[in-house]
Design a protein around this ligand. Structure first.
Ligand SMILES: Cc1cc2nc3c(=O)[nH]c(=O)nc-3n(C[C@H](O)[C@H](O)[C@H](O)COP(=O)(O)OP(=O)(O)OC[C@H]3O[C@@H](n4cnc5c(N)ncnc54)[C@H](O)[C@@H]3O)c2cc1C
Length: 637
């Protein structure tokens, strides 16, 4: 299939306006004749459900959790970007656009990123109108702080709980529509498959997680907002329920998967401290506004931080990148932390940590000011590590955090399956090879509040729909396949727990497809994944019943998908013989160990299509054309 991103013509700044004008409209009275399924209630899904229902469509919304407001988005801490320029530092839509394209190492579409920067300002207005309690400065204006990869403060925040507050805003808008009867809410449902009828996405098969019942739901379009797949690494900062299953099932039904190897490793997380750990905790990037990153200059220095004098400390980010200092983008900060630890300068028991030190900021601004900005994050750190970060530097190390890859979508956010739209972290669209901090919330809300309400109308208005119901063959067949798979999982009757398989898969991915990759390691990983997957289907133990609340079964289904998807990530990483953003192939680096891109051969989106069980996926290329920014070696010096 020829990949057509459907990017509108005309000057960059006018593309979105022009496109909105050219999209066909659905008459307000006709909207109530159309049903839309939204899967996911994070910021993308919550915003989309509320906005589509507000327009008049009949919306059915699904989520795994018992309440829509428990989606993973609630964990977001640091903030959300917008080009308001309230701080008068010279920000603009253009600057946010440029920073994002550069931050993504020139592997994102210009048109999408520009639209995102344009919409960013509307998001803040929308959220303020909903009552989101953004931090304010003394004069009452909304306050801003800095995030990585930018030299202006453009991040709006609500202490260290920005995601929670934004989600409560989207949730109230969603529940208002539930109250009005325009959204039918299906919590504790897991989408097991996508139903494609006559080439169009027309519904889903879901499992009621409380009763085990398999359900089918039909609609005129399906909107996936199912989040990222960082949990393929087992240990990540993502919520335990985050998974790839919905996206992967859509991939198997014909949606292309784009850039699956683009993973973000976040530099400031609490280091791993034991084999039985199942989760990693993020320390928000906002902390790098005031925290200084350092390691002892001497490898193997075992003194406590307070005993290491100033001239024996290496503030390596500040010295290497004087312009951006501690606020270099995440991929750069993570790689540098790894480099320091590889040189033997890591700290703490495992030597896989660096310091994030607030002593200077506390001396400068006072403890109270630091507490006001980061109080809940400091408290969380102390609870987890038992150390008081006001008195001793935090110890941090990179961890898996976000996935830039996702289902391929065109400018309308539609996948390669007609009528299947993909929003938020689940799509690949706007961040290229590395996402800048505070841009995921911006993208999820842009997609949900401001893009999909237009583009889904354009699709519906130009499409003719055949009559399908849950009794149509496509639904029955898909439901049967989903049930058969559950039976198969329950019937393995092996000896090894699903978590144990997952942990091993995660270790393979971390070792060979993590912060640094090389061809030999990737080849090896591929073989290891295949072997592990074969063992999984022979030796996993999945206890419990099908017609019951069965979390082991839920996890087994998700891990089985990770087992297949991991191989696609490795295949993608092997195909991209360059380094860019979060994809760092050791063979391609500059003399200063920065990622070395190959724009001549790899300035494209790599999109993969499924060709059948145990068959090689097919590669499709969407060339990236830069008409407005010049491709350059990224520099933060
Ligand atoms: C600790 C942490 C802090 C972060 N802080 C920030 C920040 O400060 N700023 C920022 O911009 N970004 C931040 N991020 C990233 C950001 O939070 C996420 O990228 C974003 O919230 C994803 O939103 P989403 O709506 O796409 O998906 P999610 O919030 O992940 O929601 C996914 C939804 O899909 C549902 N779902 C998934 N699979 C299925 C299925 N098969 N069937 C039914 N439902 C399903 C889930 O139940 C859930 O409702 C942070 C991430 C983490 C991990």
């Amino acid at each position: 299939m020829q990949l057509d991103a459907k990017i509108p013509g005309g000057p960059l700044a006018q593309k979105w306006d022009r496109h909105r004008f050219e999209l066909k409209l659905v008459n307000p009275a006709n909207k109530r004749k159309f049903d839309i399924i939204v899967v996911g209630t994070g910021l993308a899904g919550g915003a989309a459900s509320a906005s589509l229902a507000e327009l008049g469509y009949n919306v059915k919304t699904f989520c795994i959790q018992d309440s829509p407001r428990r989606a993973h988005s609630i964990a977001a801490q640091g903030g959300i970007n917008a080009a308001k320029n309230y701080t008068n530092e010279g920000d603009s839509i253009w600057r946010l656009f440029y920073d994002t394209v550069k931050g993504g190492d020139f592997r994102a579409r210009e048109a999408n990123v520009y639209r995102l920067a344009q919409i960013s300002n509307n998001i803040i207005d929308q959220c303020v109108a909903q009552g989101v309690p953004f931090a304010r400065d003394y004069g009452g204006l909304l306050a801003n702080r800095s995030f990585g990869g930018a030299q202006v403060s453009r991040t709006f925040y609500a202490r260290g709980q920005t995601g929670q507050q934004l989600l409560l805003g989207a949730y109230s808008a969603l529940m208002r529509q539930v109250g009005l009867g325009k959204v039918q809410m299906f919590p504790r449902r897991e989408m097991l498959d996508l139903v494609v009828a006559n080439g169009q996405a027309r519904g889903i098969v879901a499992r009621n997680l409380t009763t085990g019942q398999i359900e089918t739901h039909a609609a005129h379009a399906v909107v996936l907002c199912t989040g990222g797949y960082g949990n393929v690494f087992f240990l990540s900062t993502n919520a335990m329920a985050s998974n790839v299953s919905a996206s992967f099932k859509a991939y198997k039904r014909g949606a292309y998967f784009a850039n699956p190897c683009f993973t973000q490793i976040h530099p400031t997380c609490i280091p791993v401290h034991g084999t039985y750990q199942s989760k990693l905790t993020l320390m928000s990037e906002s902390l790098r506004n005031d925290g200084r990153v350092w390691v002892p200059k001497k490898p193997g220095d075992n003194r406590v931080p307070q005993q290491i004098p100033e001239d024996e400390r290496d503030y390596y980010l500040e010295s290497k990148y004087p312009s951006f200092g501690n606020l270099v983008p995440r991929d750069v900060a993570s790689r540098n932390a790894k480099e320091q630890c590889d040189m033997g300068k890591g700290v703490g028991e495992t030597k896989l940590a660096v310091y994030l030190d607030f002593a200077d900021a506390i001396k400068r601004d006072g403890r109270e000011a630091i507490e006001r900005k980061y109080g809940n994050l400091f408290q969380m750190y102390e609870k987890i590590t038992g150390e008081d970060p006001y008195g001793t530097p935090m110890m941090i190390y990179p961890a898996v955090h976000y996935t830039m890859g996702g289902l391929w979508v065109d400018y309308n956010l539609m996948s390669t399956i007609d009528g299947l739209f993909v929003l938020g972290e689940a799509n690949f669209s706007d961040h290229g090879a590395n996402r800048l901090g505070a841009s995921a919330l911006m993208q999820g809300l842009a997609d949900g509040y401001f893009v999909i309400p237009y583009t889904i109308g354009g699709y519906i208005a130009r499409t003719s729909f055949s009559d399908v119901t849950p009794d149509t063959a496509a639904f029955k067949d898909t439901a049967r396949e989903a049930s058969d798979r559950i039976e198969k999982l329950l019937g393995i009757n092996g000896k090894r727990t699903v978590d144990d398989f997952h942990r091993q898969l995660g270790q393979i991915m971390w070792d060979y497809c993590g912060m640094a990759r090389n061809n030999q390691g990737l080849e090896k990983a591929r073989g290891m994944i295949q072997e592990l997957r074969a063992e999984f289907w022979q030796n996993a133990v999945v206890p419990g019943d099908v017609k019951d609340f069965n979390q082991s079964l839920e996890r087994a289904g998700r891990v089985a998908d990770f087992m297949e998807f991991a191989e696609l990530m490795v295949i993608d990483a092997l195909a991209r013989q360059e380094s860019c953003g979060g994809h760092f192939n050791e063979a391609y680096q500059t003399e200063e160990n920065e990622a070395r891109r190959d724009d001549e051969n790899f300035c494209h989106v790599a999109a993969w299509s499924h060709t059948g069980p145990d068959k090689e996926p097919e590669f499709h290329k969407e060339p990236l054309i830069f008409e407005n920014v010049e491709l350059s070696q990224r520099s933060y010096k």
